[in-house]
Design a protein around this ligand. Structure first.
Ligand code: PEP
Ligand code: MG
Length: 785
């Protein structure tokens, strides 16, 4: 075959591609080509097509070898390693290698000097979903000519990451037939970079384009490591209406001699205060943004970069464009102030988006909950971290901002349940935000602005129950949602807000945390109440809280979890000091079942059991089940169950006993635990923490990407639990945050055959819909086979 012919099929210039060429060029390649087709400047380069991959595989006779490895009984990690080794150790056909290298030389000629390239995987249609899920997104940056061929092979090999193999298997896709394209693009030698939106991200106002910019590579802006400069441009006139230069503390640049990215501290440099983008560049970017918005006919969220090697305007590049999601799904128009937000807007801090939404109000910086007396309804709470004592304040807040914590922290969980916008892990919110100042919390993007931008807390976009369906009876309303074989439960700990969620299509409460009732309704430490001779206070109030929910949703089940406070939290209950030891590590300390069976706490555990008895026997609410948290060993669980039985609560057909699967030992010995109980519920928050050895509240590790429930180790544990539990006759549910935050985890669990999933109120509808479609897809696949 002559090279020219080859090039047509195996190598294509980005400018030759269009969006319908996903089979050949993969999703990334096809989208880049689409941008070029309407004159959007992207870094120049070429695509090594999926056909080139197949050519390489066939040329070396690897197809049969790969297939037989995939069919072997080995563990998917071993299979993965062996296939990757096969790919990496075989040569490219000479003609293919030559044409890749000559395409690289052409690129060099175009630029006028030796360039470094980015080598990226570009998944084809069948595999796109899997690619983003399974981290099969290999990208090698700053690759030189001598490394190019080996990096291409590494990208091909990433098709066979163990997680990708497992995931395809679960979806009935044959891994031996998938293909991959590879995008090779000039590395932008990024002088400045950032993001831009074709609407105002804080207000949804579509008359403006907002550009955020900083020095060096764009990851400092995307990852929230610097406060970027901000330019607001009016669409109609393409005039800059606002410019804000911020103090940029660092930049990341590529160091040629060290061959790695390097962080440069800018705190003492003049660059920190200099604007990182010229007016001319900003307007050029705005023009490109308008074209992109016009082409895709919707507001867009765009990443861009300015190259230091090239001259204006050839240096202004678009790196990625995707539809803006928050405002685009909101149907309600937001009021913006007439004069424009311009004069007032300044970013105060950034953090992780813990509960989406946006609100303006007066900031109250409160470090100790004892000082919260003057907190008024609608104020915004700014504090280090919340704990159960803060809930009454959180309930009346219009938004919450904390210095510490990740997406499974107390502040995150409670605000999602309450439906209040929250940003966690801002590091310095309590220092930067001033008590009494007016601010706007855009929790969808994780940004706190100075000043009031919206008139009122904006309704969250995800729940569309209200307006659309007014006038329908609840039964009719609920019948509009699809029926799913996998039950969809809801997490709810606060009895007083159940009424707000009654129109949602959930099959029960899969996790009722009783800590809310204890800290807000009871307020006293149970052992203190016993000491002063008022144990019934505890039993009655706990029973009242549980029965409120159980009555409201009867006959659907409510899975009540026995208390799971940590020592530091129990200590804060009235009278708690006396009964709680000082622990260095409460998160892995005297928690869950270990308390119930200890001589100190056992009397209090008996009160918890009595409350359940009261609800089930006296009030007749047989839809109340129980769950044990933080189970570590079989022997402790047997003891705790014995105490429960001793109080008269026994496992019968309408009374299920579940345990949380959150300490890895429960999964390791799932066969044995299954014999003691009816069901498991995966506590993915703690399971991820304990599987990966990562403090779930560590803002630092969270930002570094360590805390991730999608990690293959965590997913494999969940899968193993489902298999073992089913083999031994127990059911499996999940009540951690993972399926609420990551729809792909929900999909994974449905495919693995989980019995139910308990999610946050804000995603009940979307989860039910997506589970229904996944189930249908699975059935169709089975039918076709
Ligand atoms: C969990 O660990 O996933 C869980 C639901 O429990 P909590 O967040 O209360 O520890
Ligand atoms: Mg837990």
């Amino acid at each position: 075959m002559i090279v020219e012919e080859l090039k047509g099929e195996y190598i294509l210039d980005i400018s030759q591609l269009r969006k319908d060429m996903i089979e050949l060029a993969g999703g990334k390649g096809a989208n880049l080509g689409e941008l070029v087709s309407f004159d959007i400047r992207v870094p120049p380069g070429f695509v090594i097509t999926s056909k080139a991959y197949s050519y390489f595989i066939k040329y070396n006779g690897l197809d049969d070898k790969i297939r037989s490895l995939l069919n072997s009984n080995e563990d998917s990690l071993q299979i993965s390693n062996k296939i990757k080794e096969l790919i990496l150790s075989h040569p490219l056909p000479k003609d293919l290698e030559d044409s890749i290298l000559s395409s690289y030389d052409n690129l060099t000629k175009k630029i006028g000097k030796e360039v470094l390239v980015a080598v990226r995987s570009s998944a084809t249609a069948e595999d796109i979903e899997n690619a983003s899920f399974a981290g099969q997104q290999d990208t090698y940056l700053n690759v030189s000519k001598s490394e190019l061929i080996s990096k291409v092979k590494e990208v091909w090999a990433s098709l066979f990451n163990d997680r990708a193999i497992e995931y395809r298997k679960s979806k009935g896709i044959d891994s031996a037939t998938v293909e991959m394209a590879v995008v090779v693009q000039k590395m932008v030698n990024s002088r400045s970079a950032g993001v831009m939106f074709t609407l105002h991200p804080a207000t949804g106002d579509r008359n403006y384009i907002v550009i955020e910019a900083s020095w060096g590579l764009g990851e400092t802006v995307v990852g929230g490591r610097v406060t970027p400069d901000e330019i607001v441009i009016e669409k109609s006139s393409l005039k800059i209406t606002e410019k804000r230069v911020s103090h940029k503390v660092l930049k990341i640049v590529y160091n040629q001699s060290k061959k790695e990215n390097e962080e440069i501290d800018l705190t003492n440099s003049q660059e920190a205060e200099q604007i990182s983008i010229s007016d001319e560049e900003a307007i050029e970017l705005a023009k490109l943004a308008l074209k992109i918005e016009e082409h895709y006919k919707r507001p867009m969220d765009i990443e861009w970069a300015i190259d230091a090697d090239l001259k204006f305007p050839d240096n202004v590049f678009i790196v990625q464009a995707r539809p803006e999601t928050y405002w685009s799904f909101k149907n309600k128009e937001v009021k913006t102030e007439k004069k424009g937000i311009s004069e007032e807007r300044k970013v105060l801090v950034r953090g992780l988006s813990a509960s989406p939404g946006i609100a303006s109000g007066v900031a109250r910086v409160i470090l100790d909950v004892k000082d919260s007396n003057n907190f008024k309804k609608g104020d915004i709470l700014i504090t280090r971290m919340t704990d159960p004592d803060w809930v009454p304040v959180m309930k009346i807040a219009s938004a919450i901002v904390t210095d510490e914590g990740g997406i499974t922290s107390h502040a995150a969980i409670v605000s999602r349940e309450l439906g209040i916008p929250a940003i966690v892990g801002t590091k310095e919110g309590t220092k930067v935000i001033k008590d009494g100042e007016e601010i706007t919390v855009d929790a969808t993007r994780g940004i706190v602005y100075e000043g009031k931008i919206v008139e009122e807390a904006v309704e969250q976009p995800k729940q569309a129950v209200g307006g659309q369906v007014q006038g329908l009876s609840r039964d009719v309303l609920l019948s509009l949602y699809p029926v799913t074989a996998t039950k969809i439960y809801m997490n709810l700990g606060q009895p007083d807000i159940i009424d707000k969620y009654l129109d949602l299509p959930f099959d029960g409460i899969g996790l009722m945390r009783i800590e809310f009732i204890v800290s807000e309704w009871i307020k006293y430490h149970p052992l203190y109440l016993i000491k002063i001779g008022k144990p019934e206070e505890f039993v009655n109030k706990l029973a009242e809280g549980i029965s409120k929910v159980a009555t409201a949703i009867y006959p659907r089940p409510v899975v009540v979890r026995f208390s799971d406070f940590k020592t530091n939290e129990y200590k804060r209950l009235i009278g708690g000091e006396e009964f709680e030891p000082e622990e260095r590590n409460p998160m892995i300390g005297w928690r869950g079942v270990s308390r119930y069976i200890s001589s100190q706490y056992e009397p209090a555990f008996r009160l918890e059991v009595k409350a359940i008895m009261k609800v089930r026997e006296e009030m007749g609410l047989k839809n109340v089940w129980v769950m044990f948290p933080f189970v570590r060993t079989e022997w402790e669980l047997k003891k705790a169950i014995k105490i429960m039985e001793d109080e008269g609560l026994e496992r019968v057909h309408d009374f299920k006993v579940w345990i949380m699967a959150e300490v890895p030992s429960v999964i390791t010995l799932a066969d044995r635990f299954a014999k003691l109980i009816d069901g498991f519920s995966i506590g993915s928050n703690d399971l991820a923490q304990l599987t990966l050895g990562v403090d779930r509240d560590s803002e630092l590790l969270g930002r570094m990407g360590y805390y991730d429930e999608r990690d293959p180790a965590v997913l494999r544990s969940m899968k193993k639990l489902i298999r073992t539990a089913h083999k031994y006759g127990a059911t499996v549910s999940i009540c951690g945050q993972a399926p609420s935050v990551y729809p792909e985890v929900a999909e994974f669990l449905v495919r693995e055959g989980i019995d139910s999933m308990s999610v946050n109120p804000d995603v009940v509808i979307s989860t039910r819909r997506s589970v229904a479609s996944i189930e249908q897809k699975i059935m169709l696949q089975k039918l076709r086979k």
